[in-house]
Ligand binder design. Structure first.
Ligand code: GRF
Length: 190
């Protein structure tokens, strides 16, 4: 039986879509059963169009990060996922969520961690003047953008790059790297 994958999104959802495509193509031995978001976003619409179950657990509807994380945890746990993938999810998860999926919760981050953790990784890499940045897929622990690294790949920075052009070049790599990391995780667990 295909492994069950839940994906957390906040934005355009292109990595979720690449992962769902890889599952459909059979290169990842799983299926995206649930896409959950903290806000209304394009990623939820794409999932809905593909017939994937969606869950909107709006951060703004809760009084605290802890309460919101518990509600999101319960929504995701109800899908009984083998793997939970944070792919462009722009909120910090409280320990209640992280602990529930320990060892099967992974995050995608657009830099070569531990450089440029945080929400503005691409802009900060550009501002710093690095000639090479990249992307990282890692297991999630209790620190932001931190935990055992599964895969990393370098991406060159060109002299005329804007934040947008550099991020698109990084995303093109992520669309291959994230499914590969999911495949490794699922094959390891089976
Ligand atoms: C990706 O670059 C990911 O690394 C970062 O946010 C971006 C999400 O893009 N955390 P998308 O929503 O998958 O298109």
């Amino acid at each position: 039986m295909a492994a069950r994958i839940a994906v957390l999104v906040s934005g355009s959802g292109s990595n979720m879509e690449a992962l769902a495509d890889a599952c459909t193509a059979g290169t990842v031995p799983g299926e995206v059963f649930l896409v959950a978001a903290d806000r209304k976003c394009r990623g939820l619409e794409i999932a809905d169009d593909r017939g994937i179950t969606t869950q909107l657990v709006e951060f703004s509807a809760f009084g605290s990060r802890e309460d919101w994380s518990v509600a999101l945890r319960d929504a995701v746990a109800a899908a009984e996922p083998d793997l939970v993938v944070s792919a462009g999810f722009m909120r910090i998860l409280a320990p209640a969520f992280v602990d529930a999926f320990e060892g099967r919760l992974i995050n995608l981050h657009p830099s070569l961690l531990p450089s440029f953790a945080g929400a503005h990784a691409v802009r900060e890499a550009l501002d710093f003047g690095v000639k090479v940045t990249g992307t990282t897929v890692h297991l999630v622990d209790h620190q932001v953008d931190h935990g055992p690294i599964l895969l990393q790949e370098a991406v060159p920075v060109f002299p005329d790059d804007s934040e947008g052009t550099l991020h698109e070049r990084i995303k093109a790599v992520e669309h291959r790297l994230l499914p590969e990391a999911c495949r490794l995780m699922l094959e390891r667990g089976s």
